[in-house]
Design a protein around this ligand. Structure first.
Ligand SMILES: [Zn+2]
Ligand SMILES: [Zn+2]
Ligand SMILES: [Zn+2]
Ligand SMILES: [Zn+2]
Length: 447
């Protein structure tokens, strides 16, 4: 009978008679499907400890001609799709940020599931993160706290100078992992570092956590409640697995939580935290449509408050040396606070004498692009969209566009043209990425 039903199927596969499929066969098929699915899933993105050893050069595929163009385009397409997901309109964001980076320096960071070790990888990514963070948030300040041997340890004081912050984690030997981590101690220490901050600045804690345990002196839920009260946002990137308390810390404080599956994913999760978070405070009234926020910000943002900022005077290098108020060092160069005329070494900072926030205008201007992002360029998909009088070269770099459509990945234009919705100039994919990621301003229309 089994033979009969089998032959049935092989004769008319497309027929409805496939209902007559033998049970055993159906089960086998289902099993195979499951196995296939499992395989496909594993192929997508395995956890590092599940995966066999992967060679980075295997993931890059050459095409028939031996060119790497296709792989590069794949990466770009991914970036484009991610950018399309981001909100295009102006959202209110905090541009004066204060972040405490909490590094796990416990023994579990010596695990080798991420290469070379979790600890080394974390340090490397933390350095890249800090550089990128200061580039995007020039008005921000970062402090560093370590979790080691059951204690919170101040590694670097809150500072707006990237060099100073990087210097505090440059010595690998000083940060050598040992003992158990303590989430509560570290969060308490971070919280105390930020308790003096004014309300217009954001208070954020970012924890890079590689352990599956935490060794706390008291009830961590009390700490969590205080953080919620103090409007501190906690984000965690875990390297091992999800812990309930970690998830809760992030959810209740409106932070982000992620478990890194592999080295690349770890970096992605970390760099997602570079752009300033959207401010959640509800505006007192809805924004009237058609208001030009650039010209007339007052009615658009009724909940906005004014804050004091000072633009300092830069002292020439040849001026008479005097003591700075921040380090008490004798120096000739520096900046003068416009209110109390005391001398500070670096901007942006808060004046140590009168507390005024001292910024330079380029810093302020560079923070601006988060508030008004460049509109996403539309990928030209159809022949009709390329007007006969359209420029045949990129408006940014004057590289000639291909005349005929080429095959392209999802989200990419087969004509390699990306058009600015405002000035209707066409740009190549490289310029598209450069405009959105680096210069934050369309060279065609200046918006
Ligand atoms: Zn100084
Ligand atoms: Zn001052
Ligand atoms: Zn170009
Ligand atoms: Zn434009």
């Amino acid at each position: 009978m089994e033979v009969d039903s089998d032959s049935d199927i092989s004769l008319d596969l497309d027929h409805q008679s496939s209902k007559a499929k033998g049970k055993a066969k159906a089960k086998a098929a289902a099993d195979k499907k499951k196995a296939d699915k499992g395989k496909a899933k594993a192929k997508e993105q395995p956890y590092v400890w599940e995966a066999s050893f992967a060679r980075s050069w295997d993931t890059v595929q050459e095409d028939e001609a031996g060119s790497l163009q296709a792989s590069v385009e794949d990466l770009m397409a991914r970036g484009r799709r991610r950018r399309l997901l981001a909100p295009a309109s102006a959202i209110r964001r905090t541009i004066i940020r204060h972040l405490i980076l909490v590094l796990d320096l416990s023994a579990s960071m010596m695990d080798r599931d991420m290469r070379p070790t979790r600890f080394d990888l974390m340090l490397q990514y933390a350095r890249e993160f800090i550089s990128e963070w200061f580039d995007q948030n020039p008005l921000g300040q970062i402090g560093i706290v370590g979790m080691r041997a059951g204690l919170g340890e101040r590694v670097g004081a809150m500072s707006g100078n990237p060099q100073e912050v990087l210097k505090s984690i440059s010595d690998r030997v000083k940060l050598e992992p040992v003992g158990e981590p303590s989430l509560q101690n570290a969060i308490e220490m971070a919280r105390n570092n930020m308790s003096h901050l004014p309300t217009h600045s954001s208070r954020e804690i970012l924890i890079l956590f590689g352990s599956l345990t935490t060794c706390d002196p008291g009830n961590i839920h009390d700490t969590l409640d205080t953080c919620v009260q103090n409007k501190i946002r906690i984000s965690i990137v875990a390297l091992a697995a999800e812990m309930k308390i970690c998830r809760e810390l992030c959810d209740k404080t409106a932070g982000q939580f992620g478990v890194a599956m592999n080295e690349g994913h770890f970096k992605d999760l970390l760099f997602e935290l570079v752009p300033p978070p959207a401010q959640r405070a509800a505006a007192r009234s809805a924004r009237p449509s058609g208001t030009n926020a650039g010209l007339n910000p007052a009615p658009a943002n009724p909940a906005a408050d004014l804050m004091m900022m000072g633009f300092p005077t830069r002292l020439p290098d040849a001026s008479i040396p005097s003591l700075c108020v921040c380090h008490s060092e004798l120096k000739s160069q520096g900046f003068l606070c416009p209110r109390c005329l005391s001398k500070v070494c670096d901007v942006p900072t808060d004046c140590d004498v009168c507390g005024l926030m001292i910024v330079s205008s380029p810093h302020l201007a560079r923070s601006y692009h988060h508030l008004f992002p460049v509109k996403t360029f539309t990928a030209i998909m159809k022949d009709l969209d390329v007007a006969p009088d359209a420029a045949d070269a990129c408006h940014g770099c004057t590289r000639i566009f291909p005349e005929r459509a080429t095959n392209a990945k999802e989200g990419m234009s087969p004509f390699r043209r990306y058009r600015c919705p405002d000035c209707e100039n066409d740009f190549c994919s490289e310029c598209d990425v450069f405009i959105h990621d680096v210069i934050h301003c369309c060279p065609g229309c200046g918006k």
